[in-house]
Write a protein that binds this ligand. Sequence first.
Ligand code: TYD
Length: 134
Amino acid sequence: NIDKIALTEITKISDPDGRGNLSVIEKDVLPFEIKRVYYLYDVPSDSSRGGHAHKELKQFLIALSGSFDVVLDNGKTRRSITLNRPNKGLLIPSGVWRELENFSAGAVCLSLVSAEYDETDYIRNYDEFKTFEF
Ligand code: TYD
């Protein structure tokens, strides 16, 4: 259910002497074991990434720098969530169609994911997504 998807706070340690912030994700914070890490960068502002759903894979997205919008779609309704802070993350469960768009200059999208790369876990066709039984 995409209504329940919300940004989650990531632990932020602010330096008492003004040396900036540090954020940390310990392995037990996420509801899955991290099997892979990848990141998107140098994405033109008029480009869209994603455009697929996963049968099993879960992932946690963070805007390490800059901002972008994540459009979530359950086959019936859509909503858009802006990621623009390095200490906020978005957990996307399996079975959700997502599109990432409106990347700002210098935006970096870090993705922590529950599985190794497996093309057979992707649904890249929207009509197939709508009829797929997750
Ligand atoms: P894709 O997941 O379609 O990117 P996005 O959803 O962000 O637009 O992946 C783009 C290409 O990169 C595709 O050919 C598969 C390849 N790829 C890998 O080889 N390994 C990976 O871990 C990922 C995420 C993608």
